[in-house]
Design a protein around this ligand. Sequence first.
Ligand code: AP5
Length: 207
Amino acid sequence: MRLILVGPPGAGKGTQAKRLVEHLGVPHISTGDMLRAAVKAGTELGKKADELMKSGQLVPDDIVIGMVRERIVEPDAQKGFMLDGFPRTRPQAEALDTALQAADVALDAVILIDVADEAIEKRITGRRCAPADGTIYHVEYDPPPPGVEVIIRADDRPEAVKERLTKYHRDTKPIIPFYESKGLLKRVDGLASPDDVTKRMLAALGI
Ligand code: AP5
């Protein structure tokens, strides 16, 4: 299956993607994770992305499009993939379409995890990430077990979260009608426990 997960920052895309890929047996391709890995490794790309990400700005389309084009042709993505955090702009959606057409494959669905802005702040300010294996926790809803080292993401400061939400509404939301017009969009209410959201997503996919 070839899937895209869309939703505002903190909607639960990463949390749900990790569960769904186990079920579907396809790789989880998160542009946020790829960019954070580049920042950590200190590559040229990482150096360019670091300041933009910390302040909640988007990384330029050409950089992210190039990264995803290379990733989706890798052997493990031939049977399908779950894109998380990409596309995030209309040009990214169009570039993905072109790349998929060139490979003579098509998307199966685009899942929008709907969460209102008011719920986002609590989710993001409580998020903790385990650098060892990428597990995502929440101090209240899913606390990290004792002894597990966790960090707070550099872009989870309130000013950066505000900017990320602004960017979501301005740049990312326009891709929703783009996929709706292709009959690919499935809306899932993300305001429920992670288990219930997973069930809703599987139901939306008819699994
Ligand atoms: P990215 O990493 O993609 O961040 P994001 O889209 O802002 O999404 P988040 O990772 O913040 O949230 P999420 O929806 O995955 O939620 P999570 O599961 O963690 O991108 C980061 C940056 O990279 C961007 O700002 C940009 O600079 C750059 N970038 C990335 N892709 C790009 C692109 N395509 N183009 C340009 N730039 C790009 O959950 C959040 C919290 O809520 C967690 O603590 C979790 O435990 C908790 N939680 C999850 N589900 C539930 C639930 N159902 N109930 C209660 N709590 C829950």
